[in-house]
Design a binder for this molecule. Structure first.
Ligand SMILES: *Cc1c(COP(=O)(O)O)cnc(C)c1O
Length: 389
């Protein structure tokens, strides 16, 4: 750090942001993410009738049914596809898939922390062969390659650690018995997608669905269900019961989970899905998140100190915008002055280790709040520059 940049850091940390500039809601995190007030009100309205009641009885099962039916409508569920859920978040689903969907060998696109974690699971699984891994530098977007040797292709729809979106389409020339497993954890519900191009489109509730963590949800194709049933009864494979996909399928068909779910998570999620549907469904969510992320990209273009981390505009995420800050300015001084004013969670992904801002624009984040965030960022950059000039 030069003397000038130390002075800039001090100036940033000392700033007071006028309250009229602040967004109405300061949560811009990539997950857990902003929960709308109306969801919290809906939760409190069922505090005596659903919360604290049995998950094997109608009131909670009806909430699970609302989630499953709402997702079926939101994603225009293709014939024969099913909405399946279980406990443990998307991280648990990687292990569910390693036991119940991958037969011998998988191919993984690895372009950041989340995609790396799934590849590490299958690499460590003693019943699977070493996976095929196609790696790309953080911030760039690789493509799957058709391979004779694999029975599943895996990649993230949105690599939340870097802000890169990967197209969802079956690799051209892939065989019918090769499954496509797409980790859609942060972008599911925020972007248009053709789920018939996938065999498992899976996610968790605490990102675009504005709910709390702890569950995984997967939209499964008939081929995936058939694979799960075959592997689930194979004599040469032991599957821990908590990670059994067939058990999850059986329970989901009855609007239940294998073991006790977080009921509040389900209520918040049902509310958010129905709100999205009432706004215009996936087409509406897609349009809003393109607008709001586009506002941030346009801002970056305007500011000399800010550069999009993802160089290729076509690979930039519409829900997680990653913006590098010029080395002369300490990004942690920016995020900390915003945090002290209630504008939170725009720090970069911890392991990426860059001088960066990472801003989520999930469907619950409206245009006005993004405009206000931009005004706040302009304010702190301009005022701190004035203070040291
Ligand atoms: C957040 C995230 C996960 C992890 O989700 P958990 O519910 O915390 O397990 C996995 N993949 C992606 C792409 C994510 O954004």
């Amino acid at each position: 750090m030069t003397a000038a940049s130390t002075a800039r850091t001090d100036a940033l940390r000392a700033l007071t942001i006028p309250s009229e500039l602040l967004p109405s809601d300061g949560r811009f995190g990539s997950g857990p993410s902003r929960v709308r007030d109306a969801q919290m009100e809906a939760l409190s309205s069922v505090s005596r009738t659903v919360m604290g009641t049995s998950h094997r009885q109608a009131p909670v099962k009806q909430v699970v049914a609302r989630v499953r039916q709402g997702l079926a409508e939101l994603f225009s569920l293709p014939e024969g596809y099913e909405v399946v859920l279980g406990n443990g978040g998307s991280t648990a689903f990687w292990d569910v898939a390693a036991y119940g969907l991958i037969e011998k060998r998988s191919q993984h696109l690895v372009l950041g922390e989340f995609s790396q974690k799934f590849a590490a699971e299958t690499a460590g699984a003693p019943h699977l062969a070493e996976p095929e891994v196609i790696r790309a530098e953080p911030g760039s977007c690789p493509a799957p390659r058709v391979s004779e040797d694999v029975d599943a292709y895996a990649w993230p729809h949105n690599e939340t650690s870097t802000g890169v979106m990967v197209p969802v389409a079956r690799p051209e020339g892939a065989r019918e018995d090769q499954l496509v497993l797409v980790d859609a954890t942060s972008v599911a519900g925020a972007a248009q997608v053709d789920v018939s191009a996938t065999d498992a489109y899976y996610f968790a509730p605490q990102k675009a669905f504005a709910s709390d963590g702890g569950l995984w949800l997967a939209i499964l194709s008939p081929a995936a269900i058939e694979r799960a049933e075959r592997l689930g009864t194979a004599e040469d494979r032991w599957i821990p019961s908590f990670l059994s996909l067939t058990a999850a399928i059986d329970n989901s068909r009855k609007d239940q989970t294998l073991n006790t779910p977080a009921v509040a998570t389900l209520v918040l999620m049902a509310e958010q899905i129905e709100w999205m549907l009432s706004q215009g469904g996936l087409a509406w969510a897609d349009s809003r998140t393109r607008t709001t992320s586009g506002m941030l990209q346009a801002w970056a273009e305007r500011r000399g100190e800010i550069t999009p981390f993802v160089a290729d505009p076509a690979a930039r995420s519409q829900v997680v915008t990653t913006l590098d800050v010029d080395d002369s300015i300490d990004a942690t001084a920016i995020t900390s002055v915003l945090r002290s004013h209630g504008v939170v969670d725009i720090e970069p992904y911890r392991k990426l280790g860059r001088n960066q801002l990472r801003i989520a624009t999930f469907p619950a984040v409206d245009e006005q709040d993004v405009a206000a965030l931009i005004a706040v960022l302009d304010h702190v950059l301009d005022r701190s520059a004035d203070a040291v000039s």
